[in-house]
Design a protein around this ligand. Sequence first.
Ligand code: FES
Ligand code: FES
Length: 206
Amino acid sequence: MSGINGRSGQSRRNFLLATASTTAAPVIARTLSADAAPLPSKIDPRDPISLALEINGREHRLSLDVRTTLLDALRERLGLTGAKKGCDHGQCGACTVLIDGRRVLSCLTLAASAQGRSITTIEGLAKPDAELHPMQQAFIDHDAFQCGYCTPGQILSAIGCVHEGHAESAAAIREYMSGNLCRCGAYPNIVAAMEQAKAMMITRKE
Ligand code: FES
Ligand code: FES
């Protein structure tokens, strides 16, 4: 059978393993060196690695395949299902979370690469006394959702957008939120919610 590069004998499985080996090895090496553990002479990308992720201010220790995405680690391993898997290809924004305050697509981010950084998911936005983040409250106030599937990603992306200084006008909000798709078409309400929340976030420095 012809393989992915057109040469016979190159199976899809071998191609994926070779690719994973190339991309995963630096991450494995960094993980191991951080713990001052000796590097094995041969690294198998299928071996699980141990890592610690700081999510919503709490440390979680995990053992997982180095190729695991942050989205799968959150949803499948930690039960944090707020981040949604829409496309799994970086095209819809439903999986958006914040890392060190900046928005990232967790479906395109290796969990191992988020080690040592501060991850925020929708589950970590409300205060311990259940007071909602201004952006969450604004989405409710403006009915900025219908089915709600895109909403966690929209809210985290909206917070990142305000922090980046890209919410100065409705046009800027539409431009810098264009990576977050909403099949229900709640866009006008999302823009209105962001304009409300932006003022409060700036006042409260959130
Ligand atoms: S699930 Fe990540 S961008 Fe769609
Ligand atoms: S509220 Fe349904 S996809 Fe956005």
